[in-house]
Ligand binder design. Structure first.
Ligand SMILES: Nc1ncnc2c1ncn2[C@@H]1O[C@H](COP(=O)(O)OP(=O)(O)OP(=O)(O)O)[C@@H](O)[C@H]1O
Length: 268
């Protein structure tokens, strides 16, 4: 893959959209996150890497309110996220994709995308909204927004197919679309290419770049596939045993001795 990241320098100077300061999360005797700092600038694609158990998924779960860290600060656009419920944090503009797919397999591609917009709807979807006035206008607006995602992710030919019948790569793409349908400010991508073959991985990389070009959102990417991370990310944060060991451009991270020792070296 030869895809050029946007200027990391220009992105990293902006006020952070997401800021974690000294976040510590413990499960009994296990310290999953140990004083982690992390900043994501508006429009930045920031990757988090680290060996198994390093704390990557825990960071996601702290950001979206599923886990409550015992110490530290989490802010989105300056707003304190601590103590907020996951649904509230989603409404503030944080969407995520899952390592294991979270689709409604019996519903069509379009209906899965419509469900992604559920929290933006006033009149409700699948609740028998009356086809009059405002409800009808709102439904049409949501359908148009969904069609833009169908186009962006090239899902036109699959629009009416049940999600469960799509090949795996397309299901992952649809899941990305469902998260985009929420119109997030921050998209958390949990291993978007896990289990994909090379062609599907390259497709996903292309769509992530397209999303960054077309939509005004920041992305936090957890991924084991190092080529993807190094090709796409503006900046990378490396974790080991719940500690942040380095943050920098892909080139800086690849050259960092602590990262090589903790992760890249182990994979080589
Ligand atoms: N709900 C939980 N209860 C107890 N321990 C947990 C829980 N969630 C995570 N942990 C522990 O916290 C540490 C960090 O786990 P986490 O899943 O965040 O790592 P990870 O970097 O995402 O790993 P992987 O790459 O394998 O997904 C691990 O030691 C893990 O066992």
């Amino acid at each position: 893959m030869s895809v050029a990241p946007a200027s990391a320098a220009s992105r990293s100077t902006a006020e952070p959209l997401l800021a974690l300061r000294a976040v510590t999360l413990r499960f009994g005797g296990v310290t999953a996150l140990d004083g982690v700092d992390l900043e994501v600038a508006p429009g930045e694609l920031h990757a988090v890497i680290g060996p198994n158990g390093a704390g990557k998924t825990s960071i996601f779960n702290c950001i979206n309110g599923v886990y409550r860290p015992q110490e530290g600060e989490l802010r989105l656009d300056g707003q304190d996220l601590r103590g907020l419920r996951p649904a509230r944090i989603a409404r503030l503009g944080v969407a995520r994709t899952f390592q294991n797919l979270g689709l409604f397999t019996a519903l069509s591609v379009v209906d899965n995308l419509m469900l992604g917009r559920h929290h933006l709807m006033r009149t409700g979807f699948l609740t028998g909204a009356l086809w009059v006035g405002r409800a009808r206008r709102e439904e049409l607006e949501h359908r148009e927004a969904v069609e833009r995602i169908v186009e962006l992710l090239e899902l036109e030919a699959h629009r009416h197919r049940p999600a469960g019948l799509l090949p795996y790569g397309l299901q992952k793409r649809l899941e990305l679309g469902r998260a985009l349908a929420m119109e997030p400010k921050l998209l958390l991508l949990d291993e978007p290419v896990a289990g994909m073959n090379l062609e599907e991985t390259e497709d996903m990389a292309r769509y992530l770049l397209e999303i960054r070009r077309e939509l005004d959102l920041a992305m936090l990417l957890v991924e084991h596939e190092m080529h993807l991370v190094m090709d796409l990310a503006d900046r990378v944060t490396a974790l080991d045993f719940g500690r942040r060991i380095a943050t920098g451009t892909p080139a800086e991270i690849q050259a960092d001795p602590r990262v090589i020792e903790a992760y890249l070296g182990a994979a080589a």
